[in-house]
Design a protein around this ligand. Structure first.
Ligand code: NAG
Ligand code: NAG
Length: 351
């Protein structure tokens, strides 16, 4: 998704380029002028591009306004969405006509989104209308940076590279990338600083890998569902659900934590009462270092009815940032396998 495609991707593109000629559909040719609303132009360019195999929709390096748009497949063949410029979302929620997204790519095989451009979701005006941190049954805002930024739903084999996402610390529920009901998803070299989770992993997500991700502001990488105000590093949270779910094979390693309240957290009693029936197993935390803004740096709180299983904690070095005292590690209904450096000492507090 960025300028800096990896070497592997570049060689792949060269290979493709040598076997076919890519047809270019520039929104300019569909009356998509800078500083105007290009919703119609983009829809037309997309439709035309989608009808031929091996095509590229191009939005050149200027600023454009864009309303709600669905870029729909299936297309005739591989298709590239090359955004070099900036797309600005409508500021008023009314223009979304009740839709919960801004730009949606749907039912497309072999899609490449490239160009190093910007999706400017204009979240600032909408965040005040979000009440999800006070109300469970709240109205969700459109997916862009009014709410989650990127929602990966029902996707397979997707690589995201060099994505940068920014939203202020106080913006509600502005998860960076949410991944649900998808498989083989890789997020690498991303810079994410948002109001809530950097990367959140919801139900039905399998084979998700993220590496070289810099998470800023509020939460880090979370597995579980929508959360709010606590400030976490790597977190697995569950809430009561019917039917009960499970979270397994999750491995967090080589993570640097900087001034975070809950650097490592498993919270099985997450929401709304303690009756958790979701199973957590085969989880590891390895080589996680840095500073904690509270003394409780490691909290592994599992439920009595379904204790966590096969949790390994290796090479942890989390230092309390405040004056006086060292960090602690709490273990409830869990017997982690411990090895390597342990600061805090593993399970200093058992309940
Ligand atoms: C634990 O997870 C890893 C990585 O997904 C997997 O290779 C391994 O088989 C899992 N172990 C068990 C006992 O399920
Ligand atoms: C969200 O935060 C509020 C206030 O900080 C708290 O009362 C509430 O229990 C939290 N909700 C969840 C789902 O964590």
């Amino acid at each position: 998704m960025g300028k800096n495609l990896s070497f592997v991707t570049i060689s792949l593109l060269l290979l493709l380029a040598s076997t076919r000629v890519e047809q270019v559909f520039d929104v300019k040719s569909y009356r998509g002028q800078p500083n105007t609303d290009i919703t119609q132009a983009l829809s037309k360019a997309w439709k035309a591009a989608c009808a031929v195999a091996g095509s590229k929709v191009v939005i050149s390096a200027r600023t454009y306004k864009l309303g709600v748009v669905t870029l729909l497949g299936p297309c005739k063949g591989a298709i590239e969405f090359n955004l070099q410029g900036t797309l600005q979302a409508p500021s008023d929620l009314a223009s979304f006509n009740g839709k919960d997204f801004w730009v949606s790519f749907e039912r497309i095989d072999s899609l490449t989104v490239s160009g190093g451009g910007v999706f400017d979701g204009k979240g600032q005006t909408a965040w005040q209308k979000n009440n999800c941190d006070q109300k469970y049954n709240c109205k969700l805002l459109p997916i862009d940076n009014k709410f989650f930024h990127i929602n990966i739903m029902g996707c397979k084999n997707l690589q995201m590279q060099h994505v940068t996402i920014t939203a202020p610390r106080d913006s509600p529920n502005t998860n960076g990338i949410h991944i649900g009901r998808s498989s083989k998803i890789t997020v690498s070299n991303a810079k994410i600083g948002t109001g809530v989770d950097c990367i959140s992993i919801g139900d039905g997500a399998q084979d998700v890998t993220s590496n070289q991700v810099t998470c800023g502001l509020v939460h880090g990488i979370s597995v579980g569902s929508l959360g709010n105000s606590t400030k976490n590093g790597v977190r697995i949270k569950t809430w009561s659900s019917l039917p009960p779910g499970s979270a397994s094979d999750m491995h967090f390693k080589n993570i640097i934590i900087n001034n975070v309240a809950n650097p490592i957290l498993i919270d099985q009693g997450y929401y709304p009462n303690n009756q958790c029936s979701n199973k957590i197993s085969n989880v590891s935390f390895k080589n996680i270092r840095g500073t904690s803004s509270t003394k409780e740096a490691v909290k592994l709180i599992c439920s009595k009815s379904v204790p966590c299983q096969q949790v390994a904690v290796t090479d942890i070095d989390l230092v309390y940032k405040g004056a006086g005292g060292s960090t602690t590690s709490t273990c409830v209904n869990i017997k982690p396998t411990v090895s390597g450096k342990q600061n805090p000492p593993a399970c200093t507090i058992k309940q």
